[in-house]
Structure formats: C-alpha cells, structure tokens
Design a protein around this ligand. Structure first.
Ligand code: AKB
Length: 353
C-alpha cells in the first residue's frame, strides 16, 4: 500500500482553525506526508494536500488502532478540543473529548514510539483557560502571568487543559515508571498555552475569546455585532500565523534546550474596546456595540490580562511576527477583505470546535 511505513505527521481536529493553517504550512514544508483525523471532512483545497483523511472521533480506539497499523507516525499535533463556552453547556462531553481523547492520543503516540522505535514528538495546544484569576483587582495587579501561577481554572475546558498538560508531562517523563520491562522510550510531549487566536480565514465557534474574531468578521461582512464582553475586558491574543509558527518552532527545538514542558506564548493584549477601535479604522461604518453577557464575561475576567512568555523566547526562540497594529494592518485586514470580496460566505469560513 502506498504511503505505509514512512514517517508521517498526524493532525487531530484538522478541520478546526489551527488545523487549517497548519496543514498549509506542513504541506509547504513537504518533509512528511500528512494524515488528518476529524469528525468533519476537510474543505477540498486542504484535502488535496493530505495523504490520508480519516473521518472519525479521537474517542474511537479502533480507528486509532487502524492508523497505528497503517502508518509510522513520528509527529502528532493533537488539536481536537471542545472549547470553553461550549464546554459549559456539555461538561461531560467536554471531559470526554478533551481528557479521554487526550489519553487515547497519548497512548497512541506511546504505542507508535514502541512500534517503530523512533522518537515521537507530541505537540499540544493548551490555553490561557488553564488559568483562573481570583478577581479583577488580582488580574490587574498580576500583569503578565507566569506559567506556574494562578492555576485555578473556572471552566471545564480550563480544568481539562490543565490536567492534560500534566498527563502529557507524565507520559513524557514518568509513564510506567515502575514497569519491570524496559519501555524503549517515552513520548516527547511539548505544549504551548495559547491566548485567543485570530485568523483571517476561519471563524471560531464554541470559545469565549471568540468576540475578537467575531467583531472583525462581522464588520468585514457589513453585519452589526454586539460584543458579549465589556469594553475594558482584556486578555492576550495572537494572529494565527504566529500560533502555527510557535507550534512548528517548538516542534523543531532540540530537546536539550527545553527547560519546561508547557510554555506560555503571547503577542498582544488589547481590551475589547481597543479591538473595536482597530476594526473601525478599516471598516468605519461597522456597527459594533457592547452587550456584555455576565456569565461569559466572568470567564474572560478569570483569564489573565497578559502572559509572560520569556521562557519560550529564551528556550526556543519564540518571537511573534505580529504585534497588535501589524496583526490588523498586515495580516487580518488585507486577507479578510480579499476573503469576503473574493466571495467566501460565512458558511465557507471554518469554525473550531
Ligand atoms: C476559548 O475561548 O475557549 C479558546 C481559548 C482561549 O482557548 N479560544
């Protein structure tokens, strides 16, 4: 069978926002054939870039067994997740997808490691949702939060992300530590804690940082938008190309240079009001109002105003290309204008789930 027994990369949640940009980048690089796994099929322009597209769930162990038997995977990007807002409506499902799914993928990666005998890198996007700031005064005082502080998440998704960071560390460093049989290596788990991500090409769904991309995409389509957080709500954000670059850079870093398993990454940290101002500069007729939903606002208030990403900068050269002005001026606005003028409807834009 063509494509078997060659080292390949697997992306779960490939149809989501990060998957979209990552597939394109990995295909440009061309060093490994790409496998994808998602409940939803990929759009045609992405499907043609991948060697094999598996449609299914990360909870289906039989499907993972099949992939294991067909391919030698040495790089995994486990992107599938159920995000913070959706998770509050279906916490048990969120736990199944985010925790049990992660466990399945870590076991899968460990089995790959043992079956082909070569290192398996496992790249995992965690989130600022892993944090839980006690109140707004503490949030303002804390400033740029370090990786090990304020880890009391208030959402199911945040709890899931924090726990699965620990699971990854366990698989990388302590998996079966009491086993009498030698393991022949553990999974090389590496994790970034992402802020809110903003893409010009996809629209998120099910998250709580969604207000920023929603504001922009509504404005670009001439649709009014009522923002569900207060004008002064502040969390960190990042342009999607920098998020993808962070994953690829961390994947490429020599293991000896990594002093941690989990790294913060940040780029800019505007208030919702500042985002509105920037959107209005490009779309002066946009109707953007504020109608805070106190419950979703509460989640945003529990996330830090900014993150300290000095460890990522020092250990693997993390350096975002886009600050706030450049993210809008050089990436978001030009591409979003093209996307909508070019005829993409909102339905064609992709949501993360
Ligand atoms: C969400 O809002 O749930 C995500 C995140 C910040 O991880 N975008």
């Amino acid at each position: 069978m063509s494509g078997t027994r060659r080292p390949v990369v697997l992306l779960t949640g490939a149809s989501g926002e990060i998957g979209h940009s990552l597939i394109t980048k990995l295909a440009e690089d061309g060093s490994r054939p790409i496998l994808t796994l998602d409940l939803k099929p990929l759009p045609r322009d992405l499907a043609r870039l991948v060697e094999r597209e598996y449609i299914g769930s990360i909870l289906e162990r039989n499907l993972l067994e099949r992939i294991l038997s067909e391919f030698e995977i040495d790089l995994v990007f486990h992107l599938a997740a159920l995000l913070s807002t959706r998770g509050e409506f279906t916490p048990v499902t969120a736990h199944q997808v985010n925790v049990e799914g992660m466990l399945n993928l870590l076991e899968f990666a460990q089995s790959e490691r043992q079956s082909h005998g070569r290192p398996v890198k496992f790249l995992y996007p965690s989130s600022i949702a892993a944090y839980g700031m006690p109140d707004l005064a503490a949030k303002a005082k804390a400033g740029r939060v370090k990786e090990d502080d304020y880890l009391q998440p208030t959402t199911m998704y945040g709890c899931n992300k924090l726990y699965t960071e620990h699971l990854g560390r366990y698989y990388a460093r302590h998996y079966k530590q009491l086993s009498a049989d030698p393991l022949g290596g553990r999974v090389d788990f590496r994790c970034v804690r992402f802020p809110g991500l903003i893409s010009a090409f996809t629209v998120p769904s099910g998250g709580t940082s969604d207000y920023a991309p929603e504001m922009l995409h509504h404005a670009a389509q001439g649709k009014p938008y009522a923002c569900f957080v207060r004008e002064d709500a502040r969390i960190p954000f990042m342009a999607m190309p920098d998020g993808v670059e962070a994953l690829l850079r961390l994947a490429a870093a020599p293991q000896e240079s990594l002093s941690r398993v989990v790294y913060n990454v940040g780029a800019f940290a505007p208030t919702a009001g500042e985002i509105r101002e920037l959107v209005l500069k490009s779309f002066p007729k946009a109707e953007i109002t504020f109608a805070p939903d106190l419950k979703r606002q509460g989640i945003v208030d529990s996330w830090p105003g900014d993150v300290d990403d000095s460890a990522a900068r020092a250990d693997w050269g993390y350096a975002p290309r886009f600050g706030l002005e450049a993210a809008f001026g050089d990436y978001l606005i030009p591409n979003i204008r093209k996307a909508y003028v070019g005829g993409s409807s909102e339905e064609e834009m992709v949501g993360t789930s």
